[in-house]
Write a protein that binds this ligand. Structure first.
Ligand SMILES: Cc1ncc(COP(=O)(O)O)c(C=O)c1O
Length: 382
């Protein structure tokens, strides 16, 4: 049986969440916008989920806008500020070179339409320096958009330091928290954050649902223009019938992630140690600084083997990936590791191994020796 080690691409749904999603599909048949009792029940379920999600990032219920996932949330946060940028003459955006394509692509859309985008590079340890981000801010900066945790290396970015250093109220701060939400919560509660993207399928919830947190201040609303137009749901920012079962599952997954965050972290750390000890005969080259990383992912190269070969060699043993799921499909080498200055042979060989608190240590005991055996045969052909 192939062990699943690609939890940064997507996590298996938690059985408790699956039971709730199933219950809603079967029992809660109403549209949350309908006035009758089925509709009111559905509306109540959506309220509860909104509260569950809002609570863990110190937000209010009306600050959670449900979307299809973090990609859509990122697009709404960035492209949604286009009109305001044009109207106010603020056409500069600061971001980083290690963002997910779901941020880089909306940024290049803005760039192609007259915006100026500064992408700050990371240090070789995978972390972008907070001062480098703050130094890039100009009087005409509309938005700073940065990720919380990198999807390839697991390196935690200095969100709170950037939030602390951004004095100007005229500038918006967006955080792509797809990989850290539910795992490293403190920085995400910073009151300077204006917009934040989160995703359910990264935290053992159903795929196809996520949210954009949009801060509502008494003195200043965030001037987002919706990307779609329709029935006015989600305060007009994201119209469309709400997928109540998915939302309910997302709410429960979020609540469980916060309640169990410490235990999950310890379990992941133990698995990390098991994996690192098991792989040591291969003399792996690790990318990114472990001291500032979440403990459920490693980016690693094995001397002389290309990433595609690693993946093929591991067929039937372990499912690992070459970077972000999109990057794998796009068959390009990692822009994240390249920005960190990783040399070409290691860049070509880099694979991402990511697990969760639910990864079975006993399964690893069987699969890691097979992993080592298959790769070492390739590294030193007989
Ligand atoms: C950092 C980051 N941002 C955004 C996304 C996109 O999230 P979703 O799959 O919910 O659209 C991902 C998914 O891998 C991610 O890792």
């Amino acid at each position: 049986m192939t062990i699943y080690l690609d939890c940064n691409a997507t996590t298996p749904i938690d059985p408790r969440v699956l039971a709730e999603v199933h219950r809603c599909f079967v029992e809660e048949i109403g549209n949350a916008g309908s006035p009758h009792e089925y509709g009111l029940r559905a509306k109540q379920i959506v309220h509860t989920a909104r509260d569950q999600i809002a609570r863990i990032i110190a937000a209010k219920r009306n600050e959670i806008i449900f979307t299809s996932g973090a990609t859509e949330a990122n697009n709404l946060a960035i492209l949604g500020l286009f009109d305001h940028g044009v109207a106010s003459g603020k056409r500069h955006i600061v971001s980083t070179q290690i963002e997910h394509k779901a941020v880089l692509e909306p940024l290049s859309y803005m760039k192609n339409r007259g915006f100026d985008v500064t992408l700050v590079p990371p240090a070789s340890n995978g972390r972008v320096n907070a001062d480098a981000i703050l130094d890039a801010v100009r009087p005409d900066t509309l938005l700073v958009s940065m990720m919380h945790v990198n999807n390839e290396t697991g390196v935690i970015q200095p969100v709170a330091d950037v939030a602390e250093g951004l004095a100007s109220p005229d500038l918006f701060l967006h955080i792509d928290a797809a990989q850290g939400f539910g795992k490293d919560l403190d920085p995400l509660r910073h009151p300077r954050i204006d917009l934040m993207s989160i995703s359910s399928h990264k935290i053992f919830g159903p795929v196809g649902i996520g949210a954009l947190f949009v801060r509502r201040r008494r003195d200043r609303d965030i001037p987002l223009t919706p990307l779609m137009h329709g029935g006015g749901q989600e305060l007009g920012l994201r119209p469309g019938t709400l997928p109540v079962p998915l939302i309910s599952g997302f709410g429960l997954a979020a609540e469980l992630s916060a309640a169990e965050a410490d235990a999950r972290r310890v379990a992941c750390q133990n698995i990390r140690e098991q994996i690192i000890a098991g792989l040591s005969p291969l003399q792996p080259i690790y990318h990114g600084d472990e001291a500032v990383s979440l403990p459920h992912v490693i980016s690693v190269s094995f001397s002389g083997i290309d990433a595609d070969e690693v993946i093929e060699l591991l067929t039937g043993v372990a499912a690992v990936s070459t970077g972000s799921a999109c990057t794998s499909v796009c068959a390009t080498s990692s822009h994240v590791l390249s920005a960190m200055g990783v040399a070409q042979p290691e860049l070509d060989g880099a694979v991402r191994i990511s697990w969760s608190h639910r990864t079975e240590s006993s399964e690893l005991q069987t699969s890691i020796p097979q992993f080592v055996d298959r790769l070492s045969r390739m590294m030193s052909p007989q």
